[in-house]
Write a protein that binds this ligand. Sequence first.
Ligand code: NAD
Ligand code: USQ
Length: 406
Amino acid sequence: MSKTVLVLGGDGFCGWPTSLHLSAKGYHVVIVDNFVRRRIAEDLGAPSLTPIANIDKRLDSWKKVSGHDIDVVELDVAQNYTELRRLLATVKPDAIVHFAEQRAAPYSMRDAARKTYTVDNNINGTHNVLAAIAELRLDTHLVHLGTMGVYGYDGDGLEIPEGYLDVTVEGPDGTRYPRSILYPTKPGSIYHLTKSMDQLMFQFYARNDGLKITDLHQGIVWGTQTEETRLDPALINRFDYDGDYGTVLNRFLMQAAAGHPLTVHGTGGQTRAFINIQDTVRCIALALGSPPASGDAVRIINQVAETHRVRDLARLVAELTGAEIDFVDNPRVEAAENDLAVSNATFKNLGLQPIMLRDALLTETVDIALRFLDRANLATVPATALWKGPVQGDDPLLVASRVAAE
Ligand code: NAD
Ligand code: USQ
């Protein structure tokens, strides 16, 4: 009998191609999503550059090309514990892949209302999932998408291990105590803060309830299509390019296609970790195939292929496309220059041979951007969310917090 996996956030950029990949591999996939990402994109005036079909059309097309059924449940995992619990009690999934969070750092820093939304959504959602698995005493393997950003980005090049640091603490009498501790977190945005807080909830539920949990600290995902999303135009993946949800490399590729200068923040000395969307889906399948046992520590894996400085990426894209580079004021509070080295030993040992940036897929993304350029709203390209923005007097939440402080 095939294994059942719930994909929370299965309509999103990572969740959709993952759902198709797992379905193609023989899992019975149930997508759970409240479609908030589509609504936020409309509100921002920046729907996906690629025309994404509605979920029913997506699933019909998948059935036609693959012969597989994927089920869908519309549900807010952060706000509706009762329905989530009922769903888990009915389906008793072998695994849950949890993508259902507000994932844009700039959006999470826009104002107090968005900060509050991001914390409510991400913390409640993760906790509801954990509490439901524990309450029902399910043997479900929870695979969560974390982020490289929990480690912080002001490193000096020391290789970041996978989640834990082995340290020795010296007591007052000179006795040395070995400890394995969570790598200290240094979140750079409210969004990254929620991922750091997720980690503590995982530690608690793994220890207290014996939950089997894998946390994947993923780098910045680039690319659009995967083996499965290429099978039919109605399966195409979303492509975000706006100042809130567009991630740096996809933004540069779209900007190059639009003849817009590449918007490097500050000096571009920020070093970040990257992975192609095709490898995201492969890594999730590998993680599902290798669950921890009940009672094990949370399994933390770095899901990254390579690291690059932002200005080097800009140069690479400029080389490829002839685009100009514009060094703009950095709207974020982050180190202007940092080194970054990351261990990705687990996925390498599980057989991952990652797609590297210099491969031909970079041009595929430019081709996609060019093909759908007439759908772009270039007004949404500048990154306008400031990490230390001016206080907006008419925001009721900010007014309330100022009154409370006085
Ligand atoms: P996305 O916004 O495209 O997808 C998230 C999906 O979750 C959307 O379909 C949204 O509607 C849904 N969702 C959000 N809140 C929900 C709720 N309360 N109930 C039900 N559904 C809800 O984001 P993505 O790029 O696919 O990212 C998925 C996960 O991977 C996130 O947790 C993100 O932090 C992580 N991640 C993404 C990247 C990246 O570069 N995109 C990198 C590292 C980690
Ligand atoms: N940047 C630019 N120009 C741009 C956009 C971004 O120079 O036009 C810079 C940013 O200042 C930052 C870096 O590029 O230094 C990365 O920014 P990003 O928007 O690509 O990535 P980030 O905000 O960190 O978030 C993205 C995803 C998030 C995920 C994270 C992985 O949105 O969900 O968790 O990547 S990581 O960065 O490894 O933590």
